[in-house]
Write a protein that binds this ligand. Sequence first.
Ligand SMILES: Nc1ncnc2c1ncn2[C@@H]1O[C@H](COP(=O)(O)OP(=O)(O)OP(=O)(O)O)[C@@H](O)[C@H]1O
Length: 254
Amino acid sequence: MRTTGLYKRFGQQIAVGGVDLVVPRGSFAGLVGPNGAGKTTSLSMVTGLLRPDAGTIHIDGFDVWLDPVAVKARIGVLPEGLRLFERLSGRELLSYNGQLRGLPKREVEQRAEELLTVMDLKDSADKLVVDYSTGMRKKIGLSAALLHNPAVLFLDEPFEGVDPVSANTLVEVLQRYTASGSTVVFSSHVMDLVERLCDWVSVMSRGQIVAQGPLDQVRAGRSLNQAFLDLVGAGRDNDGSGEEGLSWLGSSRA
Ligand SMILES: Nc1ncnc2c1ncn2[C@@H]1O[C@H](COP(=O)(O)OP(=O)(O)OP(=O)(O)O)[C@@H](O)[C@H]1O
């Protein structure tokens, strides 16, 4: 997938300021950047949820905003905030998604059972989604996004609030998925995880791409965390040294 000159402004705030995001087919790609860098805004535009002010987005050769039906058939999305149909059970949610995607009912049932088993959600399959924990919501959301076997999967903070065991399950499913040639693009603040999983990294800061390429190229001999700090740490308003402000915080008294 590729974006060219992607741009979005909210009032005076330029959230995404002309971004050329590139993710080669078959990559396990990480989109990283500080809070407010423009990751969610970019992913929302790329997945057809938010209309860009300018720029183009192509996925599998199709223009996201000119050919939305073709694109939506080829992508799966786990959006930020994960608004799911709460009054359905996990199994019903998958069945509903499968039918929306136009899959045959038998096929949906079979895929749903396999996903529920792999995600360790079988015992909760008939519980309402509203009663799911954060990690369970991520897992059922990912299952719903995978059900139609999309070519490209977009995940906004998929591991946020997920315990290590569930995270491991998500990782195994995603690794299997990319090993077969499909593409994953996910945003995360967890550098260790991005470093462990991704072969491609895009670093955003203040609405711009500041580094992009194969993991080793972006790391350039450093840990990804250090590379991240070097790339986006310099020039930020607060250098975190604590030398200014917050002098009142802590137990030592003058
Ligand atoms: N609907 C909106 N209205 C106004 N400003 C917005 C809106 N959505 C995002 N922004 C602004 O755009 C900028 C980019 O936000 P975005 O959510 O894309 O960042 P992010 O990289 O996903 O951050 P985080 O890591 O904290 O989730 C921020 O300054 C944010 O305040």
